[in-house]
Design a protein around this ligand. Sequence first.
Ligand SMILES: C[S@@+](CC[C@H](N)C(=O)[O-])C[C@H]1O[C@@H](n2cnc3c(N)ncnc32)[C@H](O)[C@@H]1O
Length: 218
Amino acid sequence: MSHPVDATKSILHPEVAAYLDSLTAAPDPLPLRMERKAKALGFPLVGRRAGRWLELLARMIGARRVLELGSGWGYSAYWLARGVGPEGQVLGTESDPRCIAEHRELFANHPLAGRIRLQQGEALATLRSLSGPYDMIFVDIEKEDYPRALELAVPRIRSGGLLVADNVLWGGKVTQPAAPDDVATRGVLRFNTLLHDDPRLEAAILPADDGLAVAWVR
Ligand SMILES: C[S@@+](CC[C@H](N)C(=O)[O-])C[C@H]1O[C@@H](n2cnc3c(N)ncnc32)[C@H](O)[C@@H]1O
């Protein structure tokens, strides 16, 4: 993975981050278990505050069909599944079969399990094969692929739907010019520019955890 060491850390002042954490309780033991496991293994998840935003964004637009690019074990899918409600579905994509096996084990007998389906495969290839329309597409794959994800995702989101992406502040690296071989930072910088310049979108970045880009499709 091309995550810089600090990409999973909050870009907020630690005391402010701790205060926000104190307000965002985990709704049940599963997210806590996943957070602990991720910390022990150094596996990158969206932060809990970004997860809560995913839930609320999905709920605010009445999302029922959500597509996720880069699902890992399904931590972000957990929050999205809360947001889509009992009639909704989250289709996740994940290239690593071990993550999918881990997801099945973690969600066994969990009430939200039926709202999430993880499909193994390369996310952009899967996206190309789907016509949508989706209410919301959430992007959390390799950062060099973000610009291509945007190009493929926007036509598959309904008017009034959302394109959301994690790590768009990239541990603060976006404030510095990227080295020619730093394809991840270059991908994030290009994505952020494309997102804000696209006449089909209204975009802003929430400084939650590592930065959550939110774009509303006109
Ligand atoms: C940062 S982790 C995301 C975890 C998840 N979104 C969460 O917060 O719980 C990225 C995941 O995306 C997967 N991934 C990265 N690029 C991918 C691609 N092009 N296609 C499918 N999966 C990809 C990785 O294997 C990894 O599990």
